[in-house]
Write a protein that binds this ligand. Sequence first.
Ligand SMILES: Cc1ncc(C[n+]2csc(CCOP(=O)(O)OP(=O)(O)O)c2C)c(N)n1
Length: 546
Amino acid sequence: MTKGSDLLVAALENEGVAYIFAIPGEENLDVLESLRRSKIKLVLTRHEQAAGFMAATYGRLTGRAGVCLTTLGPGALNLTTAAAYAHLGAMPMVMITGQKAIRSSRQARFQIVDIVATMRPLTKAATQIVSAQSIPTLVRDAFRVAQQERPGPVHLELPEDIAADEADADLVPPHVLELPVAPEAAIARAAAMIMSANRPLVMLGAAASRPQLAEPLSAFVRRCRIPFFNTQMGKGAVNAGSNLYMGTAALSERDWVHEAIDQADLIISIGHDTVEKPPFLMGHDGPQVIHIGATPATVEQVYFPQAEIVGDVGASLASIADRLEGRLPNASALLGLREGILGHLAERSTEDRFPLTPQRIVHDVRKVIPSDGIVALDNGMYKIWFARNYRTSVANTLLLDNALATMGAGLPSAIAAALIHPTRRVLAVCGDGGFMMNSQELETAVRLELNLVVLVLEDRAYGMIRWKQEVDGFSSFGLDFGNPDFVAYAKSYGAKGARVGTAAELSVMLEAAFREGGVHLVVVPVDYSENMRVLVDELHSVVQTG
Ligand SMILES: Cc1ncc(C[n+]2csc(CCOP(=O)(O)OP(=O)(O)O)c2C)c(N)n1
């Protein structure tokens, strides 16, 4: 007979779990004791939301579900935003929360909230474990559901009496699960459409960034030589430094990359997930669209493909390339637009103005981050600038959230990235608003002795909303705030802090921080007048849309 909490931990070890991101409560004490005797590393955080963001990012970067653990009621409720983040962002995660004993309780309704019901719309599955005997099966199934396409979060509630119970149950060994392959007829139809296209364009969407697709996608691009652009979350799915990269669609229309999209007569959309803000607005008189994905396309007003290849994306891409390689005379029809598009994006990226332009910040960050370095963005105005201007050449090296688009995830996701990749440079980029939503995790990063730099862009406002307010013609109101002294704040956590005082200092300070190692915060004042000048005035007057 084995104790329930020991069965749980053994089942997690059986899944290869390396970390559990957690804030335990008294209802988790049996689990904590079982973890104490396990190889799994407990990563204590300072807010459950951050634990959830870290677990989700672990799943996103590895393809294996990240695990977080909290207590019942308030602790579990603090996971809801992270659950939605993983659900919309398709990140595999298993959330385990405690609960009072279900068979008899002497605490009446103290702290009791129906967490399983709360989690249901935010997850792929939410279940209360009602017997220790079922733990191995439920854990195996939770990982299967979380990891299989379309990945996402699964919630398991473990009441304390079940955790303390004993049962005789065997672990369920995991096995490799292959996806079904798309039918030949669908591949042949799509190949014929691509062959007869005059101006084809490839689009890489969020699902193209699944870790296991990096190689098959790169091979497809190399073999077919059709120029490609990507959505925000599809950024870095293949070698974006390649001479076929046309840009990132950070806006839905009227950006430079839309010059190519508007001229395309066929878009081969690989892994697009309509959970993302639309990369372009599909119209009935626009280009034809072929959707290639592990799951069918959801039909939206702005996305209704005329053909679909549903099944293992890597296998689909290989079969299409087998049919098309060397037989696409029009493959490079749109490539002539590339230089112009990328040239416009590079404008103002070396200006010495202070406060710094967002373009200069992106440029200088790229300068100090090697190709395998990871930049994790929080949510704010700078996300659009990084999406448009930051070039990536290694898969999953720009982590951004264009799905829930929540503030507060930048620092926790960078912490997860730094844990997984201790030898790579990892940078969190946050606004002064979003940073303060989970800044307490600086303590976690310091305690874990991570090498991590946090860049805080300071404009003393919820800048993106202030920009929208201005674009919509409203008067400036209600979006300004003051900040702590960020340098002193970082130091109070035992991190290092520095403030950029001239344009030239940014890259110097970042480089010094990375070389020194440990946790650093660099604060840089940003000039957001560029938002209006470039993203509204310039694009609306110059870029023609079809
Ligand atoms: C949790 C959460 N609350 C509110 C929003 C809405 N929102 C989006 S961007 C933004 C402002 C972000 O401000 P800051 O982090 O300072 O970055 P900036 O835009 O100034 O660069 C707000 C309030 C959100 N996306 N997520």
